[in-house]
Design a protein. Structure first.
Length: 377
């Protein structure tokens, strides 16, 4: 599929003015609608992302693991070089320093969706670091009307995927159409070539770059002309949810001139509330495990100072990260946070199921709740 455009064939499934939470218990919502389309069987693959006991080490006991260089080329083809480190289904590091990604490398170009009218284009946020993004503009019946901005940060264990992958292009394009928002999908520098905390720093830089358009004099016309900077939302899934929490916390501490972050949306967040495994040892060598507030916000004494008024957390019943999402929800409620925090659990579903089966009932309802969360003001 390399180089081919995968179109989003999206019907208008959401009534933005109807509260999808109506009649349910406040703060906690369980999605239990019958599923029409069988869910893509992803459990074993996703579990491997954090199954640290499955890490493969070099078979040759005399082999030394090379230090990862930030300048290492990405996605190089394998050669006869010996593998110094392998994380099954995710990536390999060779003795010569090259990294090979085993999935999540497919890309599609920006396009105009023929059904929804959503346009997209790729932009560079920082020529120095290479930080970039894909920006989405929904169909504009009234070009003078300012729209909310959704800054979206993708998942992939900090290692794979990008805003340009079919999964995330389609997902963010759908959110732009259904919620009627301008969306900025951030492409942070990925580990292991750029070990954490680089992705945290890039994500914050992207938020600051977007906020610099609040005076309508930034480098990107779509943000200057069409965004209401009093209605900014930041969201992400899995590892991207971890990055999302970080940037919203940073905004609470440092502020964002001319910009108001209304809400934060965390889809199946990847938090570490125990000791780091081999994956984090490689992609985040300085990680303090459960004592690192970047990876486990429950250890952050300033957790309650996150810079938004509303938080929506999604978890899935069969997701290996489910309990961490619930623990985050409970920690935030106990932190003194003065805003509204809600959690939604999807029964019978696994990690980021909505990406792989976006037309199933529960994925549609998930999007419906996101749309209401954004447009309820």
């Amino acid at each position: 599929m390399e180089g081919q455009t995968i179109q989003v064939q999206t019907k208008s499934l959401v009534d933005r003015n109807k509260d999808p939470f109506a009649g349910e218990t406040p703060s906690v919502h369980i999605l239990n609608q019958p599923q029409i389309i069988p869910f893509y069987h992803l459990t074993q693959q996703v579990t491997a992302l954090t199954s640290f006991s499955s890490i493969k080490k070099p078979q040759n006991p005399n082999t030394k693991q090379n230090k990862i260089s930030p300048a290492t080329p990405m996605d190089s083809k394998p050669s006869s070089s010996e593998v110094s480190f392998e994380f099954p289904t995710l990536f390999r590091i060779y003795n010569d320093g090259r990294t090979e990604r085993l999935k999540g490398t497919e890309t599609v170009p920006p396009s105009t969706d023929p059904t929804t009218g959503v346009q997209s284009k790729d932009i560079v946020l920082s020529p120095q670091s290479g930080l970039s993004a894909r920006v989405f503009l929904p169909k504009l019946p009234d070009p003078t009307r300012k729209l909310p901005l959704l800054i979206f940060i993708h998942g992939g264990a900090f290692v794979i995927e990008s805003p340009y992958s079919p999964l995330y292009h389609n997902h963010v394009s759908s959110l732009a159409s259904e919620a009627n928002v301008v969306a900025l999908s951030v492409h942070y520098r990925r580990a292991p070539e750029h070990p954490l905390p680089v992705a945290f720093e890039d994500s914050w830089d992207a938020v600051q770059w977007a906020a610099a358009h609040s005076n309508c004099n930034g480098p990107e016309a779509w943000l200057n002309d069409h965004v209401d900077f009093d209605r900014v939302f930041i969201g992400g899934d899995s590892a991207g949810a971890t990055l999302t929490h970080h940037v919203v916390r940073q905004a609470g501490l440092d502020g964002l001139s001319g910009t108001r972050i209304v809400g934060m949306i965390l889809f199946h967040p990847f938090f570490v509330n125990d000791e780091p495994g081999k994956l984090l040892e490689v992609i985040y060598p300085t990680c303090g495990g459960s004592d690192d507030p970047r990876m486990w916000p429950g250890k952050d004494p300033k957790l309650g100072e996150i810079g938004c008024g509303r938080v929506l957390v999604f978890v899935a019943e069969k997701d290996f990260l489910r309990d961490r999402g619930w623990a985050y929800y409970e920690a935030l409620k106990k932190s003194g946070y003065g805003g509204v925090v809600e959690i939604v659990e999807s029964e019978g579903e696994g990690h980021v199921f909505h990406l792989f089966n976006p037309s199933c009932d529960k994925a549609v309802d998930l999007v419906r709740k996101v749309v209401f969360f954004i447009n309820q003001d």
